[in-house]
Design a binder for this molecule. Structure first.
Ligand code: DX5
Ligand code: ZN
Length: 226
């Protein structure tokens, strides 16, 4: 099930912009609206300045996601992610993405994710060349191209990412997903789709809206996603 959903054209609500005091309700709103991949942003205060959430929140959402047939897609913005992957696997992550900039042991980190039975993703920052994917391209399920500098929701989409996404699509095998994260909304989603990317992470555009379900559906429609 993991890989099939990742291959669809999908909008992924990012809980980073959700109201954490009512996280379960907010997640349920987007699941009811049809979301089947929930994006979980993990930040350590080192790789990026903010500290967000860890495996406890993944395990808290696990049953709810499972009931809806949805995946928990964990984006690790942490240094030396290989030291923490086991905890996220145990917590129930369905896919785990590590940053190429965050470890000298990228292939090793990808292997731990795969051996743990989860989808393996690699992410690159706006300043990182797409070549960072080259040596692991055959082993990943997902290539994440950041379209903002990671660390915060609500930033403006970096326009140059569109041309970069085309090059990411070309460098990773067809079976791997290409994911765009940062500044994705009603207006930027159609251009992202035109690059060949298929997973669109949207945080503030969904949970920053008065009605997250409606906002989610509007982005799905704009992107021509399912
Ligand atoms: C940012 C995170 C994103 C974030 C996107 O570092 O990786 O997933 O939630 O937020 P928006 O959609 O508001 O740019
Ligand atoms: Zn993210």
């Amino acid at each position: 099930m993991t890989s099939e959903l990742l291959r669809d054209l999908r909008v992924e609500p990012s809980i980073l912009s959700a109201d954490f005091a009512r996280l379960g309700d907010q997640v349920q709103e987007v699941l009811d609206a049809g979301a089947r991949i929930i994006h979980v942003d993990v930040m350590d205060g080192h790789f990026v300045p903010p500290i967000t959430i860890g495996p406890l929140v993944v395990s808290a959402l696990r049953e709810q996601a499972e009931r809806a047939g949805a995946l928990l897609d964990v984006h690790l913005m942490i240094e030396r992610p290989e030291r923490h992957i086991a905890d996220f696997l145990k917590a129930g992550a369905d896919s785990i993405t590590v940053h190429a900039e965050a470890t000298p042991h990228l292939a090793y980190a990808v292997n731990i994710v795969r051996e743990g039975g989860a989808g393996a993703g690699v992410a690159i920052n706006p300043g990182t060349p797409v070549d960072a994917f080259a040596e692991v391209a055959d082993d990943i399920d997902l290539a994440l191209c950041m379209s903002v500098n990671p660390g915060w929701g609500g930033q403006a989409f970096i326009g140059r990412s569109l041309e970069k996404l085309v090059r990411v699509r070309a460098i990773v095998p067809a079976h791997a997903a290409v994911q765009v994260d940062g500044g994705v909304d009603l207006h930027t989603a159609p251009a992202c789709r035109a690059t060949g990317a298929n997973l669109f992470v949207a945080g503030s555009a969904v949970f920053g809206a008065p009605d997250p379900a409606q906002a989610y559906r509007a982005i799905v429609e704009a992107a021509g996603a399912v």
